[in-house]
Design a protein around this ligand. Structure first.
Ligand SMILES: Cc1cc2nc3c(=O)[nH]c(=O)nc-3n(C[C@H](O)[C@H](O)[C@H](O)COP(=O)(O)O)c2cc1C
Length: 335
């Protein structure tokens, strides 16, 4: 059981200030492509109503040519606080996309400068911007000029071990007008492997005045506290720990606000949540939603007798009824 230092308690008692926008929670739900759609965010918000959440990353060039709001950019008028994340390397397209995002209701605009995927970096977006700091600066300053809401950046510590340039890069982003920086504490070359190097957050914190959010390996309340104590970060962002577990951000938020741990969900509560997720994806996206739900269902089916068998069956469901019947069968066997 973690104990909070008095310095940390004080920080947690004050809102996170992103430019002129205040967030009443210091744990954030990360953007996750293929995951953090409106349905997933609604589930996370059940338990963490005050946390900042992010859409999946949206391609600004796509928006420029299609001029139509993609489904991944839709936000619920009642969901707050919410950031729309954009990726691209074209400052003008990003500025235009940011304007559309604000019309849709985004409280902040986040620019992705951390995605490691080849398809994105080859086109000059995501983490390849770490190697083009002038362009990254131009992006931030153009987007800032285009929108009245705060502009933030999510990035990594560098391209590779030989090119760790986050200290210089972060300072340049702040000087260009970035109002919060989220640091995924790995290099691009690491992908998602190896432990997150939180020590870089501490180093970045020493030289920036804007809020710095630590990201990478926040899989538990304990990790969230340890990370804040070790790095002096202004908040933490949960990512893979929320796959099949939309309770995590709420658990961390609860501890941050109350200093005691929230009772974790039972296996049955987790499975009931999986059913809600499946049903909501179907209502929101139809058959495509069911296909997307398969991976979510397999993430929920973990850590109880019969989980392996349920997982393989859920991986091929075609209807809500089929999925719910399979899950109900397991719930019955557990009660
Ligand atoms: C499936 C998946 C999709 C992701 N999509 C995005 C994205 O759209 N935008 C982004 O900034 N990061 C994205 N990330 C990176 C995460 O937000 C986060 O930075 C990373 O997973 C590190 O945190 P973790 O170690 O807690 O998982 C994605 C990661 C995964 C695993």
């Amino acid at each position: 059981m973690s104990i909070l230092s008095s310095k940390l308690k004080q920080k947690l008692a004050t809102p996170l200030k992103i430019g002129n926008f205040e967030v009443k929670s210091r744990v954030l739900q990360s953007p996750l492509s293929g995951v953090t759609d409106l349905v997933f965010r609604r589930l996370v918000r059940r338990y963490a109503p005050e946390s900042m959440m992010y859409t999946e990353m949206v391609n600004a060039t796509g928006l420029h040519y299609v001029k139509q709001l993609p489904k991944i950019m839709e936000i619920d008028p009642n969901e707050r606080p919410i950031s729309i994340q954009l990726f691209d390397c074209r400052p003008d397209f990003l500025a235009e996309a940011a304007e559309m995002a604000v019309k849709e209701g985004a409280d902040t605009i986040d620019i992705n400068m951390g995605c490691p995927v080849n398809k994105i970096t080859k086109n000059g977006g995501g983490s390849s911007l770490l190697r083009q700091p002038e362009l990254a600066e131009e992006i931030v300053s153009k987007v800032r000029k285009a929108v009245p809401v705060p502009v933030t950046v999510k990035t990594r510590i560098g391209w590779s071990n030989q090119e760790i340039n986050i200290l210089e890069f972060a300072k340049r982003m702040e000087d260009a007008g970035t109002q919060m920086l989220t640091l995924h504490c790995r290099t691009r070359a690491q992908g998602y492997n190896g432990p997150a190097r939180w020590e870089w957050v501490g180093k970045v914190k020493e030289i920036l005045s804007i809020p710095v959010i630590a990201n990478g390996d926040i899989f538990s309340v304990d990790a969230a506290i340890r990370c804040l104590e070790e790095t002096d970060a202004d908040g933490v962002m949960c990512s893979r720990g929320t796959l099949g577990y939309p309770f995590l951000v709420g658990e961390v938020d609860y501890f941050f606000k109350n200093g005691v741990e929230k009772e974790p969900p039972t296996v049955i509560e987790k499975l009931e949540c999986a059913k809600d997720h499946l049903q909501a994806l179907w209502e929101y996206k139809g058959d495509r939603g069911i296909r997307q739900a398969r991976k979510h269902m397999t993430w929920y089916a973990k850590g109880f007798p019969g989980a392996g068998e349920l997982r393989s069956k859920l991986a091929t469901v075609d209807t809500v009824e089929q999925g719910c019947n399979l899950i109900d069968g397991v719930i019955e066997s557990l009660t």
